[in-house]
Design a binder for this molecule. Structure first.
Ligand SMILES: Nc1ncnc2c1ncn2[C@@H]1O[C@H](COP(=O)(O)OP(=O)(O)OP(=O)(O)O)[C@@H](O)[C@H]1O
Ligand SMILES: [Mg+2]
Length: 310
């Protein structure tokens, strides 16, 4: 079920077009990755979807409400903005209490939520520290905690992991994996690897236009069908490469390239499901010893490099 529906969204700043007639849908419990170069339009989209900016044209529905009725949507959504906006002279506790308190009016529930969130983020011992005195990373963690404390149905994450150390980064990524069961997450990042590991669906934009989108796995599988995966198989006996070559030629696998040098046979296989298991089977059937296998499967970055034109 689509929880966000965007149709023909356009936004200009003076004459500059930031979002150019974009349409997309986000499904419930999906982690939707919004990717693109600097200035591509990611934050503009997030700001429009969270009611901070008005679009010039287009239709947006969130949780079945038109974005024009943002007051009905607001209590179900939370934003971690790209630029941290916390009250520096308030403590972590007071910041979370302020942001979450706008949506959770029951004091008991509010305290429970603050307790749970701060425990999750391991910041309980810093609760009464003034935000202005925190390091950049802890400010960002506080900003994420403020958003999560309201337990939203949809979480908008605008480059939330900038400036966070590797350990905390991993903790937050793991947390997002768990959160996907109960909320929908729109996530912007510059890290294609991060998006590949985390996002069910990726939407790449450049100058406000989409140039690549789809379910992450499908994108990679389609790429393999078109360009193949490179495989190097190393054998004990150089003569065996000829036998193996024959074997592959007879097989009904789509192989776009086959080359042998010494003990190595290099293949380019257009079947995304071809893997180590198949090479072991081959070794068993032909009684040839395989010493080493290298599979260079394309990843999301390979696809990006192929399709992105500056
Ligand atoms: N308030 C504004 N006034 C004028 N131009 C703006 C404003 N906000 C964004 N822009 C322009 O709109 C375009 C898209 O900006 P946006 O911040 O959405 O990009 P982004 O993809 O989030 O980039 P980044 O990865 O650097 O955060 C850019 O050309 C930017 O200069
Ligand atoms: Mg941005």
């Amino acid at each position: 079920m689509s929880i966000i529906k965007v149709k023909n969204l356009t936004k200009k700043f003076d004459k500059k077009i930031a979002v150019d007639n974009l349409s997309f849908e986000v499904e419930e419990n999906q982690i939707f990755g919004l990717l693109g170069t600097n200035g591509a339009g990611k934050s503009t989209i997030i700001n429009i979807l969270t009611g901070l900016l008005l679009p010039d044209s287009g239709k947006i529905k969130i949780l079945d409400y038109d974005i024009k009725s943002i007051e009905k949507i607001r209590k179900n959504i939370a934003l971690v903005p790209q630029s941290i906006s916390l009250y520096e002279d308030l403590t972590i506790y007071e910041n979370i209490e302020f942001f979450a308190g706008m949506y959770i009016t029951d004091n008991k529930k509010l305290n429970e939520s603050i307790e749970k969130t701060t425990q999750q983020f391991k910041i309980k011992n810093l609760l009464h520290k003034q935000v202005g005195n925190l390091s950049g990373g802890y400010k960002r963690i506080t900003s994420i905690a403020c958003a999560l404390a309201i337990n939203p149905k949809i979480l908008f994450f605008d480059e939330p992991l900038t400036g966070i150390d590797i350990h905390t980064n991993q903790m937050i990524l793991q947390m997002l994996q768990q959160l996907r069961k109960k909320m929908t997450i729109i996530f912007t990042t510059h890290s294609i690897k991060e998006a590949e590991n985390l996002c069910d669906y990726v939407f790449f934009i450049d100058k406000g236009k989409c140039f690549l989108q789809g379910k992450t796995n499908n994108i990679i599988q389609n790429f393999v069908k078109q360009y193949g995966q490179n495989i190097i198989i190393k054998f004990d006996n150089p003569k065996d490469t000829h036998k193996i070559e024959k074997y592959f030629k007879k097989s009904n696998l789509s192989i776009s390239k086959m080359k042998y040098s010494g003990k190595n046979l290099q293949l380019n296989v257009l079947d995304p499901n071809f893997g180590i298991k198949d090479i072991f089977n081959l070794s068993k059937k032909t009684s040839i010893d395989v010493c080493d296998i290298q599979i260079k499967q394309p990843n999301l970055e390979s696809v990006f490099n192929k399709v992105y034109k500056k």
